[in-house]
Write a protein that binds this ligand. Structure first.
Ligand code: PAF
Length: 285
């Protein structure tokens, strides 16, 4: 039976019992409005540990002024059912007051990785993410935590935080789950009008086409970025960035780099869609 707990002391009682029984703990932090992408994190979590804990908390500190914090879809009843159906052991549902008691004033910023790409247009976003994830890690103290690769920059930021702060937690990225037409699953896809939804897969199509150019040996990364930025804008997107980066640290890719990721973000009407594709080039160095 899935336990639903709303406060930290109660959660820690449950976790202590499991740890004393020698059971390992996998943790999947979420903001709810769960879809197949989240379920793939939960499936991967079951493969990693005896117990799976999921949190649902729409974290206010990672939304900027004018962003969709108030409108963010909250679908607790359907989410709970999906978690039960997927054999989650514990759902942690903290309130804002529990996560951010009055007077809390400590923030975590992973400098260097947080200001570019999504961080450039969503000022403070990754600081909000790093702070809430660090707090959730301290509360749950999991053996392993799982994050979707769709939010690739988020995953790189969290990896660096865990490394820099010596957090004893293994991280696992899980492949993006896509709709049949290639659109990456996201809670924000629900904001798309039917017309926008039809056009939205172009973002992933551009990533695939750019990946093919890299695999064919093209090394003019600026030209690739310019070509697809233009293509997206002509098709009605408002491209934010389309960048070929080193997968490890998101620095602009150099011709000698072989482990790459192409990161893209573009507004399509109301929502800002993000996606990425990994490219491993067969070259040494
Ligand atoms: O990816 C998300 O849903 C959120 O950024 C996270 C990691 C749960 C932190 O609020």
């Amino acid at each position: 039976m899935m336990q639903i707990v709303e406060n930290i002391a109660e959660l820690q009682c449950v976790l202590t019992r499991w740890r004393q029984a020698g059971e390992s703990i996998a943790f999947v932090p979420t903001m709810g409005n769960l879809h197949a992408g989240h379920m793939s994190l939960i499936t991967a979590a079951h493969a990693k540990a005896a117990r799976v804990v999921v949190s649902i908390f729409v974290n206010p500190t990672q939304f900027g002024p004018g962003e969709d914090f108030e409108a963010y879809p909250r679908t607790l009843q359907a989410d709970t059912q999906q978690l039960v159906d997927n054999a989650v052991d514990c759902l942690f549902l903290p309130s804002k007051e529990i996560m951010y008691p009055a007077g809390a004033s400590t923030h975590i910023t992973v400098a260097g990785l947080s200001e570019q790409y999504c961080g450039a247009s969503r000022f403070g976003h990754f600081s909000g993410v790093a702070t809430v994830v660090a707090k959730l890690f301290n509360i749950v103290q999991p053996d392993v935590a799982l994050f979707g690769e769709k939010d690739f920059q988020q995953l790189v930021v969290i990896r660096k935080m865990v490394l820099d702060l010596n957090m004893p937690i293994a991280l696992q990225g899980v492949a993006t789950v896509r709709e049949a037409d290639g659109l990456a699953m996201s809670s924000r896809n629900g904001y798309l009008t039917p017309e926008q939804r039809k056009n939205a897969p172009l973002l992933y199509q551009c990533l695939c086409a750019a990946r093919d150019q890299l695999l064919a040996g093209m090394t003019d990364y600026h030209a690739i970025s310019a070509e697809y930025t233009e293509k997206l804008n002509v098709a009605g997107f408002e491209a934010d960035y389309f960048a070929v980066c080193r997968a490890e640290d998101l620095q602009p890719a150099q011709p000698e780099d072989s482990r790459l990721v192409i990161l893209a973000a573009a507004k399509m009407g109301k929502p800002r869609l993000i996606d990425n594709i990994r490219v491993d080039l067969p070259r040494s160095g």
